[in-house]
Ligand binder design. Sequence first.
Ligand code: PGA
Length: 258
Amino acid sequence: MRKKIAAGNWKMNTTFDGGKQLISEIIAGMAANPPEQTSEEMLVVLGTPFITLKKAANLVKNQPQIKIAAQNCYSEEKGAYTGEISVEMIKSTGAEFIIIGHSERREYFNESFEMLAKKVDLTLKYGLTPIFCCGEKLETREAGAHFDLVKRQVEGSLFHLNAEEISKVVIAYEPVWAIGTGVTASPAQAQEMHAFIRKTIADKYGKVLADNITILYGGSVGAKNAEELFSQPDVDGGLVGGASLKAEDFVTIINSFD
Ligand code: PGA
C-alpha cells in the first residue's frame, strides 16, 4: 500500500537557529500528540533551506517518522557551477528527499521539463526520493487545459523512467492559483486531478504500479482543511508551505490522516 506523507516546504524562510527551533517544536508536538500511523504507513518530511539540512537530519536521527528534504538541487552532477548544490552534496547531509519542479522554480528560474527530468534522474541515481511537483496556473484551468498541462508535465519529466524508477517518485499536485493564496482547491477538485494523474501513470506503467505511487496535494493546506483533503481516496497527504512554519498547525496537519 502506498505511503502517506505530510511534507513541509519552508521555502526561503527560517534562519539556521530558527530552523532548529522549529524542528524541536515539531518533534515535541508529535511526542505530545503522536500520529496514529506507524512510520511504515506515514512519513513527515521537512523541506528546509540548504543551510539547515545537516543539522535537521541530525535532530531527527532518532525520529523514524521524520525525514528531511532539500527544496531543489542542480541538474548537473558536479563541477564548475558556482553557487549550485548537487544531489551528492544533499545526500551527504543526511537528507533523503528532494522537492523538484516546484512552480516557483518553474516560474522564476525557468526550469524546463528537460532540466527537471535530469534532476529526477540524479536524485534517483543517488538513492534519494524526488517529490516531483506539477500543477496549472489559473488561466490554464479557466481555459480548460489543466488536465492536458499536468499530463504533459508528468510525461515530460518522468515518463522516460522505467517502472522501477518511477515507482520511487512521489508526486505533488500543486495548482499555482492555490499556492500561498489562501484559496484551496476543493477536495473534489484535488481528487479529480489526483485520480487523473494516477490514471495517466496507470496507462503507461499499469494499475498496480500507479496504485502504489504517493500523490500529495499542495496549495493553502492548513490545520482546518487538511482532514477533508486527506480523506479523498487519491490524496495521500500534502505538501504544505505557510502552515508548515507553525509547529502547532503542522502537527495538526500531521494528525489529519484517517
Ligand atoms: P502554501 O504553499 O501551503 O503556502 O500554499 C504550498 C507550496 O508551495 O508547496
